[in-house]
Design a protein. Structure first.
Length: 314
């Protein structure tokens, strides 16, 4: 158990450090915003590039990993939507946001450094494969379902599916994570190693991706907080921290994933809700307090949930 805390606690202590830096007035929150931009646009893309470029997949197919993870997402998203619309009698748009908040894990800022510490290189390979499709699938699903909910409430108004897909596609081709993964695939297929000096620079920047991501996330938490909707946020938080990893674990066993890949996707599914739930709330102007409360609750309880799943995984 002490080994689990050695892997898990530093992750959440770094988030706490970022929060304390802003809380004490040492740095302003906008410094954290700038740091998160660096993480998202430079450090993590280089980490993904290096991982894919040097990875040995041992002939493993990524499709079983994707099916295992996203089957868990589908179950949890549906449960969150159903709880919001039937148990709490909220409208369809809040239902979509409850589904997003229940199923959208913070894989980049928390999952990636956590899996790197707890699983190692094989886990980073699994995370890279997951991240190659995670953001596109989740953002397309969230946007399309929210647009559909708006059309039903507005009597048929709103954008069509083609327009939504084109917009998401344009955003993705400029996404630094997608570009980093694509470049890594090219280098991997070509089979020509990077020059030693270039590889050293890439390695140095990739090494700071995890700590910088966690500190910047902690600095950003000041803008969230608990702002109402505590009953429904408690349910979405429970779905996120317990139901999603349970479904992913079951699917991983049924599909015969390797222990390292199974541990990687279960651990990353058990981390707190990602800020993308807040971004979708901002985009559609609905459910800000639900998204903020779920992010805060899951982050506050995340160390316990991650430790629980790490212990169950052995």
């Amino acid at each position: 158990m002490s080994e689990i805390f050695t892997d898990v606690l530093p992750i959440f202590l770094l988030i706490l450090v970022g929060w304390a830096i802003v809380r004490a007035g040492i740095l302003k929150a906008n410094v954290g915003d700038a740091m998160s931009e660096f993480v998202f646009k430079i450090a993590v893309p280089l980490l993904l590039f290096q991982t894919i470029a040097q990875a040995d997949f041992h002939g493993a197919s990524p499709f079983r990993l994707w099916v295992a993870y996203f089957s868990g997402v589908a179950v949890t998203w549906t449960a969150g939507h159903f709880a919001a619309t039937h148990l709490f009698k909220r409208d369809r748009k809040i239902g979509v946001l409850a589904g997003v908040s229940s199923a959208f894990a913070n894989n980049i800022f928390i999952g990636l450094p956590l899996v790197g510490r707890a699983v190692g290189p094989d886990g980073i390979v699994a995370m890279s494969i997951l991240l190659a499709v995670h953001l596109p699938i989740m953002m397309i699903a969230g946007t399309m379902l929210m647009e559909q909910a708006e059309r039903k409430e507005n009597g048929g108004g709103g954008r069509g599916i083609t327009e939504i897909l084109l917009q998401v596609g344009r955003n993705l081709v400029r996404n630094p994570l997608v570009l980093g993964l694509a470049a890594g695939v090219v280098v991997h297929l070509v089979g020509v190693p990077l020059p030693v000096t270039v590889n050293t620079v890439v390695q140095d920047i990739a090494d700071i991706a995890g700590p910088a991501a966690l500190i910047s996330l902690g600095m950003a938490l000041r803008q969230y907080g608990l702002s109402g909707n505590l009953a429904i946020a408690s349910v979405t938080s429970a779905f996120k921290l317990l139901l999603l990893p349970a479904c992913v674990l079951a699917a991983g066993h049924l599909l015969g994933l390797s222990p390292e890949w199974r541990k990687a996707i279960v651990l990353t599914s058990s981390v707190p809700t990602g800020v993308n739930a807040w971004l979708i709330a901002n985009r559609f102007g609905v459910g800000h307090s639900l998204a903020a409360s779920t992010i805060t609750l899951t982050t506050a309880l995340g160390a316990l949930s991650v430790s629980l799943w790490a212990f169950m995984l052995g």
